[in-house]
Ligand binder design. Sequence first.
Ligand SMILES: Cc1cc2nc3c(=O)[nH]c(=O)nc-3n(C[C@H](O)[C@H](O)[C@H](O)COP(=O)(O)O)c2cc1C
Length: 191
Amino acid sequence: MKYRRSIRKYQDRQISREDMETIIEAGTYAPNAGGGQRSIIVGIRNAFLAEKIGRLNVTRFDRSSLSGSYVSAEQPSIIDDPTMKSGFYGAPAICVVFAMKNFLYSIPDAFCCAENMVLMAAELGISSCIIARGEETFVGEIGAALLREWGIPENYIARCFVLLGYCEGEYPKGMRSTPMPGYSYGLPVPR
Ligand SMILES: Cc1cc2nc3c(=O)[nH]c(=O)nc-3n(C[C@H](O)[C@H](O)[C@H](O)COP(=O)(O)O)c2cc1C
């Protein structure tokens, strides 16, 4: 958990099918509301298709409302660099996490899935980044055609993405987080 960072610079090298399946499996073990395991995860090991969807991911994103925000100097995001054309930063593999449209906890369920997946990726030495705007990405004819091709049920909607690949250049330094007051290395201080 301490090693994992959001990576936005990727090598061309593809991840293996076996690693992709292990990461998706980790998503299916995520905690989820009522234990219903309703999320659907689509894995894509195709850099061309990932780039195509990554461009759709920013098409409807109004970045002007976020001007002045800052995410990362080491791993700049689309907020830091408005010239970026893809929200997926050249990652060769992606997962799309779908959840039911009308289920109250479908968003937290999807992001719990994504968190399990990025932790498993870190365990496998694979870099990752969780990406938002699932809902907007597949609006439009190209997006709708992909959903049909993948057999996504009508009552499901994309909630988020997990980018996967190998970090290009230096891996970012450790987390900024410091332990909460009263805690030492994350363990409660004995009274
Ligand atoms: C709910 C959620 C949505 C996120 N959406 C995006 C996104 O759309 N684009 C992006 O580059 N990073 C996104 N991130 C990654 C965060 O920017 C990143 O986790 C944060 O800057 C902390 O950096 P770290 O993951 O390296 O610790 C998202 C993270 C979460 C938890």
